[in-house]
Structures are given as structure tokens and as C-alpha cells.
Design a protein around this ligand. Sequence first.
Ligand code: NAD
Length: 321
Amino acid sequence: MIIVPEKEIANLMTRDAAFTAVEEVFASMAARSAYNFPVVREAIGHADALYGFKSGFDRAALNLGLKSGGYWPGNAAKGLTNHQSTIFLFDADTGQCRAVVGGNLLTALRTAAASAVSVAHLAREDSRVLGIVGAGHQAAYQLRAVAEQRPFERIVAWNRTADKVEPLRAVADEMGLAFESVTLDELGAVSDVIVTITSSFDPILSAAQVKPGTHVACMGTDTKGKQEVESALIGQATVFTDEVAQSISIGECQHAIGDQTIRAEDITELGAVINAKHVGRSSDDEITLFDGTGVGLQDLAVAAAVVDLAVEQGVATEVEI
Ligand code: NAD
């Protein structure tokens, strides 16, 4: 069994490898050669923790396994990350544990890769301004991955407490991109691509704020009750997702489904666009929206990629099980 500890991931994993792994697994899901198992998430009644599993099997890549972890709100006080996860891969032929991989950084990289894949396939080619809504832990990863997908010239960002966007300015500076902290009205008026990455339980971005031709990647909503954009925006958009079942239950589309703005049949898997079974964007005026809910198969895909890299580079630790 191979172990790749959390501290090795940053040296091994690249944004390109994460992009390829996520693009391939979305394609595999849409071709029905990969599927996610039902998600388990429980309040365990200890340390205020939420703990669970996301798992699945990709028959094409032979990735079988699970991501186990959750949220421990007391961790920050102990100098640890509140979100904790570990990915386990199993040999699809024997069921033996093949690898144990640190999942914290990989979660951020696979989430950023998902919105980057959506931008690569759905945003207008002439996109120049990228808007980021939210400036928490995930936001810088989103900025780096998405900004690589189009010849962006300018980043605009909004956070409910404006001073928190400053770390994003540093990332934009490093990438040689102009950066401005703006209001939501300004952000919607100028952005060609918008990424929302907040923990909000109420809509932040309204339909009126988003201009025709924008691609919106809604990445924050991964739980029942969360919401980042008005249902009306989803109603105006051509809607894509990683997995329809998650989109309508725990993703951004849960509210638009609940108030009957859209139907599940109106939502297309991004993998169908990757597989050229759906045209994706069909005009420069169309608003496209990707509901990135975060599936276990993404975790398995990036973990398998990192195991391959660790073996290639001779840094994999092997133990007998
Ligand atoms: P974080 O706690 O570091 O940051 C949270 C962000 O949300 C901050 O910018 C905060 O200002 C903002 N926010 C919270 N409540 C808000 C409100 N009511 N109105 C406006 N802004 C609000 O969290 P993070 O690690 O950056 O994660 C952000 C979100 O992304 C979380 O909800 C997390 O669960 C989700 N997430 C999704 C995936 C996925 O695959 N889709 C993966 C990882 C994280």
C-alpha cells in the first residue's frame, strides 16, 4: 500500500494534472462508466464535528475508493485546518487498499479544477474580466486555476468584508493581472466569468447583476440550504453541473428546483459537453452556469493522479498491509 502524506501533496500535484483528472472523470461520469455512491454525512455528537464519506467507482480509470473526513470547528484553535480529509484508494480487482492520500490540499485543487474545466468548455473565448465572489480559503485556488483558462486581463473581487479580498490581490499581482475590489453591481457589470465561492445560505448575486454572455461557476453550495445566486439567474441560464442528483439536492440548483424555476431535465452534465454530446454554449449572449457540487469521484481522480506522480518521482512510501 502506498502512502502520500498531506505534506507531500504540494510538491507533487500540479494544476494541470488536477485539471486533466477532473475533466476525464466528468467525461467518464457522463458516459456512465463512473458513478458516485450515496454520500454519508453525520453530526457525530463529539467535538461538534460533521463527519462523512464520499465514494464511487470509475470503471474506465479503475479508481475505486472514498474520501473520508469532515469539519471540526475546534481545530483552528489547535493550529489545525477545520476541514480534514483523507482519500483511500482500493485495487478494483482485489479490494486491497492501494493507497492512503492526504485530502486537504487535493480538495481545494480538485474544486478549483472543476470550475476551471467549466470555464474551458463554456466561457466565451474573448473573456477578459474574471469576477470572484468570496475570499475565503478556496478563493485563491479558484483564481489561479480559472485565470489560466482564458486570456484574462483583470480580476474584480467582492467579499462581504471588503478587506478580506487583499490576499486575492497578491495572487493577481503574482500572475501579472490587474485587480480591483468592487461592489457586486460593478462585478456583475464587467465580468465575463464569475466564480462564486462562499458559505452563504442566502442568494448574493441577482439575475439583474449578471450581463448576457457571462459564464458563472457556482462553487460554494455543497449542502442543503446553502445558496449563492438568485433562482431567477438559474432560470435565465443554460445550466450545467458535475452530477444532476447532487445539483438538485445539495447544489446551487436545489432552490430553483424547489421553486420550479427549472426542472432536473433542464440541467446538463458538464461531461456531456466534454464528450461532445452537448454543444455547451451556443451563442455569445447566452449565460452559462456551472453548478459545481463536488463529487467523490473528483477526489479519487486527483488522488490517483498524485499516487502516479509519487511513484514516478520515487517519493511514494510503501507499507505492507
Ligand atoms: P471559508 O470559510 O474559508 O470562507 C467562506 C467565505 O464565504 C468567506 O469569503 C465568507 O465571507 C463568505 N460568506 C459566508 N457567509 C456569507 C454570506 N452570508 N454572504 C456572503 N458571503 C458569505 O470557506 P472556503 O473553504 O473558502 O469554502 C467556501 C465554500 O465552498 C464553503 O461553503 C464550502 O463548503 C464550499 N466548498 C465547496 C466545494 C465543492 O466541491 N463545491 C469544495 C470545497 C468547499
